[in-house]
Each structure stands twice: as C-alpha cells, then as structure tokens.
Design a protein around this ligand. Structure first.
Ligand SMILES: NC(=O)c1ccc[n+]([C@@H]2O[C@H](COP(=O)([O-])OP(=O)(O)OC[C@H]3O[C@@H](n4cnc5c(N)ncnc54)[C@H](OP(=O)(O)O)[C@@H]3O)[C@@H](O)[C@H]2O)c1
Length: 321
C-alpha cells in the first residue's frame, strides 16, 4: 500500500487530507508532538477506513525530536513495519501570538516549527521516498506581501534564515506574530522551489510541491487569538466579507482533499516546482510572490538552514548537496 507521512495530520486541514488518503487505501504515518492528540484520529482512521496507521512522535520545533523521529522511522522501515514513503507532507505549523518565544534550540518558535523542523525532516527522510515520491509543503497565501492575505497578516520580511531564527534577540525589536508567520511561509515556498531545483539537478524523480490551502478559519489555526475573534472568523458572514476584500478562502474539506490530491493523484506527478492554491472550490497552479522565485536568496536560505540545524555530511543525501 502507498504510505504517506504527514506532520499535523491529526487535526484541521491535515486530518481532512488523511481521511481522504485513508479512504483511498493509503497507509498513514501520523507525525505529531502528542500521542494523546494523535490517538483519536488514528482510532477513527482505523475504524472508518480499516487504515493502517502508525503514530510517530515528532515536535517540529525541536531538532532533537526531528532526529529521533527520523531514526525511529528508519528503524521501523528496517524491521519491515512500514513501507517506503510515497509522500512526505510538511503540513504542521501555526502562528504563535503573544510575545516572541524560542524553541529548545534557541530559535524563534514560528521559524523553528514551520521551517527548520521540516527542513531537517526532509533531509533525513528523502532517501526513504520511493521513486517518484512527493514532498508537499503546506505554505500560505500570506507569504506574498502584495496579496490581501499578506497585507492583513503582516508583510513577510527578507527570507534570511539566520535573522528569522534569531528574531527579537540582542535588544532588537521582534517582528509581530503575523510577520513571523508570513515570513516563515515565504521561506516554506522557497524551500519547496529550492528542493525542486536540487532534485532536478541530480536527475531525481522526487517531486516537490508548495500548497496554499487558502483561509480556513474553522481549523484550530487561530487558537492563539481571543475566543470572540476565533468565533467570528468562522461565521459565514465573516467568510463572505473576507472573500469580498480579496482573501483567498476555502474550507477544511476542500483544502484537505486538495492536499491529498497533490500527494497522490497522477495529475500532479509532473508538477514539481509549482505552487498550488485552493481557492473557493478550485485547486490550481498560481504564481507565488515575486521574491519567492529569487534563486540566490533560496540557495542562501537552504545553506543557512543547513548550518542552523547542524546538518552533518552523513545526514545529507548526495542529491541535495
Ligand atoms: N487554517 C488556515 O486558514 C490556514 C491558511 C493557510 C495555511 N495554513 C497552514 O495549514 C497548516 C495546517 O494548519 P490548520 O489550519 O489545519 O490548523 P491546525 O488544526 O491548528 O493544525 C496545525 C497542526 O500543526 C501541528 N503542530 C503545531 N506545532 C507543532 C509542532 N511543534 N510539532 C508538531 N506538530 C505541530 C498541530 O499539532 P498539535 O495538536 O500538537 O498542536 C496541528 O496538528 C499549517 O501549516 C498552517 O500554517 C492554514
């Protein structure tokens, strides 16, 4: 059976995606930081779809946790407990409101969670993908400072990994939570493009795709916001207003189905290096922010990220050097 690993697959858009994937007979590896939160999703997938579900403890904000999860996955592969991966879905993430905070490695929480953990995970698991396997990154339309989404949340800043990882340190004023988030998603899109370029250079058959699920307020995404804001954002009236002012809107079912399609549908097997958006019931390839196509910045983002995650020569697949 095809096997799909997903971070944050036990809730929101990720859960909507794994329901679709499990219904179509895929084996699922749920990777998340709390087995208590993953368990109900695993139980549901097993009961409703007779799916084979493996839970992998993984906190994307901690480099040690990502390394331990990758080691655990390799061990399970060697023991024949799971098949090679058909797709890695880098979907976990969030916006961290309130004062700036730092990961166990001392990096700003948003950048550590949304970017560095997934960067390291892909380096460590790329060799576990089958021929033609896929990496899909859940980004966000907020990455584009020229879009309505980007303007509302706060314009993304320079995609400089070292600066973003150390944001708010040494007496420098921290970026707002919104800017920390949109900047992390700009980096996410750029990781996806840079991964595609590296894979193509080494004649790899692996596919790298970036995905904007659109604004889906009914997930737990706004959990850091005051309760009334969370409530009003999910009302039909507010969704209508968002759409009218140009926000890219979607719903959990459609965005989940879109992520599942990008992960497995043959239609997307030759769409590496593209950015897809779920917009009001349509999934299509669109242009991302102008800055996201800057190859020099993307190369630097990648190389600086390697330093920040302390990637060793043994850990780095030859095709990504
Ligand atoms: N909803 C939207 O409007 C929207 C729009 C654009 C992009 N997105 C993106 O879509 C993705 C899914 O978000 P969602 O809307 O479905 O919200 P969600 O329900 O809050 O899902 C986020 C998932 O990420 C996981 N996660 C957060 N921090 C983690 C960490 N340190 N380690 C491992 N897992 C972690 C959460 O797990 P826990 O249960 O452990 O917290 C949760 O499963 C995110 O990348 C988000 O940025 C969402």
């Amino acid at each position: 059976m095809p096997t799909i690993l997903i971070t944050g697959g036990h809730s929101g858009i990720g859960l909507a995606a794994v329901r679709q994937l499990a219904a179509k007979g895929n084996d699922i590896v749920l990777a998340g930081r709390s087995s208590g939160r993953m368990q109900p999703a695993a139980d549901e997938l097993r009961a409703r779809y007779r799916a084979s579900v493996t839970m992998l403890t993984l906190d994307t904000s901690s480099l040690a946790s990502v390394r331990a999860a990758a080691a655990q996955l390799h061990k399970m592969r060697e023991a024949g407990e799971i098949e090679p991966l058909d797709a890695i879905l880098c979907n976990a993430g969030g916006r961290f409101d309130g004062d700036v905070s730092y990961s166990p490695d001392g990096y700003e929480t948003t950048f550590a969670t949304n970017c560095l953990g997934h960067f390291l995970l892909v380096e460590l698991l790329l060799a576990s993908l089958v021929e033609g396997g896929r990496v899909v990154y859940t980004a966000s339309g907020t990455h584009d400072s020229q879009s309505t989404d980007g303007k509302l949340v706060g314009a993304a800043v320079e995609p400089d990994a070292t600066a973003l990882a150390n944001n708010g340190k040494n007496g420098v004023k921290a970026l707002s939570a919104g800017k920390r988030y949109s900047s992390s998603k700009l980096c996410t899109v750029m990781y996806s493009y840079e991964l595609d370029r590296r894979l193509r250079r080494s004649d790899s058959s692996v596919v790298s795709i970036a995905f904007d699920p659109g604004s889906v307020p009914e997930t737990a995404f706004l959990r850091g916001m005051p309760k009334p804001v969370q409530w009003i954002s999910g009302t039909p009236v507010m969704k209508g207003v968002s759409k009218r002012i140009g926000v890219i809107t979607s719903d959990m079912e459609f965005s989940g189905a879109s992520l599942a399609a990008l992960a497995t549908d043959p239609d997307y097997a030759d769409r590496s290096g593209e950015y897809f958006q779920a917009n009001d019931g349509n999934l299509s390839a669109v242009r991302s922010a102008q800055l996201s196509y800057d190859k020099r910045r993307a190369r630097k983002l990648w190389d600086d990220s390697k330093q920040l995650v302390h990637l060793t020569a043994n850990e780095e697949p030859a095709c990504l050097r």
